[in-house]
Design a protein around this ligand. Structure first.
Ligand code: NAD
Length: 322
């Protein structure tokens, strides 16, 4: 039994595979020729961010499972896996807390004007603190959470801890479930109009591309802080830039971009009312360990038909008739 690891993962995951006496093939060169050669013999693949499309998958003659180190899977050709009845697993239990904490960090840093305050002290302008722009509390503010899955729910708990009013838009989740978590279901447009904060936690697909664009920015309050840690492309970056530049909204935080990494001359870099992080909201040390172990367990347990497999992690169960 052989498992390929595409990209580097925390050692704890590799140790788990080794403890199960399964052979590991580390792959860090993602050129097609190398991938085809290395992957044609493996039974399972653990994958971080490399692309795994049908041109490669069609050469994986022994492949029985693909396990994504993370929860998004837009780098993998799901249609191909479905057609060939190959399961795709994700690390559903691993990263919600880490991403939710990242959102809180962005919300607090932007609300409290932390960068400007820090600058003041470093530039010996301590006594000019009254000249700093206004800054705010989260207490009693309204947050709209778009998408109430694993991360949206983890974020809601944290916002409730700060005594915020938590509004949720997720058409696929029953309103009773939202209310039972002390949150308020709301339709998208009403939510846009009342929110002091918006945080996005839904997948990127045809219907969510540019979900937030020029028309939506027109509806937002002037004090809005918009956070996107989900996927680049859900927020229209041009519209975001225009809105921040004209101070139509207060600030934004992005962990994800249209193009990753963004180009050196990306205009967002010129703004000081935005925080940018390099798609690392799920990369705390705790989260990396959890993702490594969970992604490796998904493959090994599936291949060994071990009942410890968390079946909820397989996202295409129905399509593959498992
Ligand atoms: P999830 O599948 O648990 O939840 C997604 C939720 O979005 C679901 O409840 C679904 O009903 C809802 N949804 C789908 N379409 C919607 C729409 N049009 N409007 C409103 N709600 C909609 O996913 P998750 O684990 O919470 O992840 C959420 C997002 O975060 C995904 O895009 C994922 O790729 C991204 N993510 C990013 C990082 C990072 O490192 N920045 C890490 C993990 C996840």
């Amino acid at each position: 039994m052989k498992i390929a690891i595409l990209g580097e993962i925390h050692k704890d995951g590799l140790d788990f595979i080794a403890s199960e006496k399964v052979k590991i093939i580390n792959v860090n060169n993602f050129e097609k020729k190398n991938l085809v050669k290395k992957l044609s013999v493996v039974d399972g693949i653990v994958i971080r961010t490399a692309n795994l499309k049908s041109d490669i998958l069609s050469h994986c003659n022994n492949l029985k499972i693909v396990s994504r180190h993370g929860v998004g899977y837009d780098n993998i050709d799901l249609d191909y896996l479905n057609e060939n009845k190959i399961p795709l697993a994700i690390t559903g239990q691993s990263n919600a807390i880490s991403v939710a904490e990242h959102v809180m960090t962005m919300m607090l840093t932007l609300s409290k004007n932390i960068f400007a305050s820090d600058n003041l002290v470093r530039s010996n302008d301590f006594n000019k603190k009254s000249e700093l722009p206004d800054f705010y509390e989260l207490y009693k503010k309204k947050i709209l959470i778009l998408g109430f899955g694993r991360i949206g729910q983890a974020l809601a708990k944290r916002c409730l801890g700060f005594e915020m009013d938590v509004y949720v838009f997720d058409p696929y989740i029953n309103n009773e479930i939202i209310s039972s978590r002390n949150c308020k279901p709301i339709n998208k447009l009403d939510g846009y109009k009342i929110a002091d904060y918006i945080s996005i936690h839904l997948p990127l697909n045809e219907s969510t591309k540019n979900l937030i664009s020029f028309n939506e920015f027109k509806l937002f309050k002037k004090n809005l802080i918009l956070i996107n840690t989900a996927r680049g492309g859900i927020v229209d970056e041009v519209a975001l830039y225009e809105s921040l530049k004209k101070n139509e909204i207060f600030a934004a935080g992005l962990d994800v971009f249209n193009e990753e990494p963004p180009k050196k001359n990306n205009v967002l870099f010129n703004l000081n009312n935005i925080i940018l992080t390099p798609h690392n909201s799920a990369l705390t040390i705790e989260c990396r360990k959890r993702m490594a172990i969970e992604s490796c367990q998904n493959v090994v347990y599936y291949l060994k038909k071990d009942k410890s497999l968390n079946i909820k992690n397989i996202i295409n169960l129905k399509k593959i008739n498992y």
